[in-house]
Ligand binder design. Structure first.
Ligand code: PBG
Length: 332
């Protein structure tokens, strides 16, 4: 190498990466537990069970749930979304159990709000855990009925609101459900309950492990007549406009990692807060590759979550919420 290899470069972007202190001064995206929502599976009984399709996650008993939330909260995670595993014997074609005030979800909400008044309790509004055919809506002759489903979703949302939910989150993708749920909530004097709408929920194979966790896979057919085609982006903007018009408080994109462009487009398109769901398949890919020793779990998780935030998500739903909060606390 010759002695004088200093080029006359006025622009050396590396100067801004010179030390950890300078790097953190110019860092554009912050990752903090305040932005996380922790999805939790719940079940009847006193046992906490491992979930075969999602190693590291559990189906919690109500006691187990309270313990898990307490430890998440001490790490700064202050929002949870609940997913119930419902006994096969309670599943029906009209999913009546979803609006039972003594059902698993309302009991869990009441227990959480009694113990953690500041916790943000979010519920999933959709019929699949309660529906004997595993679909998010009511099925007749192989078709998913839109308007009939909405009536049941409104009853379900009201049941969650009565129990004390802060946010209801319709994940069913029926047309017009946000407006109908808003109207039902207002009519029954729950104007303060928020709606976090699954705005752009794609018909994704990344939900497989979740359906294993709840035993909620559709018994026949698929969800393509209501969840979005992974090939479409403009359609997400149309859904966003409708949700905003119907009174959604927050919009969600799901899955997150393979749909960063959609997060970005919604961020540019709408002034509403944007949430993104790092779903079960995304979780499992990282989990299994790390378990095999092929990836550095902590680094990969923090990088994926940072990427989701950088794309434009204000809020991230992730099964890694608690662990990521722990890692952030001990970050270099
Ligand atoms: C059901 C629902 C699903 C998920 C959240 N709510 C599954 C589905 O639509 O089939 C998936 C979450 C995940 O995969 O982590 N309405």
């Amino acid at each position: 190498m010759s002695e004088s290899v200093a080029y006359d470069l006025p622009h050396r972007p590396r100067r801004n990466r010179k030390s950890a202190a300078i790097r953190s001064m110019v860092r554009e995206t912050e990752l903090s537990p305040a932005h996380f929502i922790y999805p939790l599976f719940i079940q009847e009984g006193t046992q906490d069970d491992d979930i075969a399709s999602m190693p590291g996650c559990k189906r919690w008993s109500l006691d187990g749930l309270l313990g898990e939330v307490a430890s998440a909260q001490t790490l700064g995670v202050n929002a949870v979304v609940l997913f119930p595993a419902i006994a096969e014997s309670l599943k029906t074609p009209l999913a009546e159990e979803c609006a039972n005030d003594d059902g698993l979800v309302p009991r869990a909400i009441r227990a959480l709000k009694a113990k953690f008044p500041e916790l943000v309790v979010i519920t999933d509004v959709a019929l699949d855990p309660y529906n004997s055919n595993g679909h998010d809506g009511i099925v007749q002759d192989g078709r998913i009925l839109n308007d009939e489903t909405i009536e049941v979703l409104c009853a379900q949302a009201l049941c969650h609101a009565r129990a004390g939910a802060d946010i209801v989150s319709p994940s069913d993708m029926m047309d017009g459900r946000v407006g109908a749920i808003r109207e039902a909530l207002d009519l029954h004097e729950f104007p303060d309950v928020l709606i976090l709408s699954y705005t752009a929920k794609y018909a994704s194979a990344f939900y497989g492990p979740f359906r294993g966790a709840l035993d909620s896979a559709p018994k026949s057919g698929d969800k393509k007549s209501y969840q979005m085609d992974p090939a479409n982006a403009r359609e997400a903007l149309r859904e966003a406009d409708l949700d905003a018009m119907e009174g959604a408080d927050m919009l969600m994109v799901k899955p997150a990692g393979p749909y960063l462009d959609i997060i970005h487009r919604l961020r540019e398109h709408s002034d509403l807060p944007i949430a993104a769901y790092q779903v079960s398949g995304e979780y499992l890919m990282i989990k299994s590759a790390s378990a095999a020793g092929w990836l550095d779990e902590k680094k990969i998780v923090l990088e994926t979550l940072t990427g989701i935030r950088r794309a434009g998500a204000d809020i991230i739903l992730t099964y890694y919420a608690k662990q990521a909060a722990e890692w952030l606390r001990s970050a270099e």
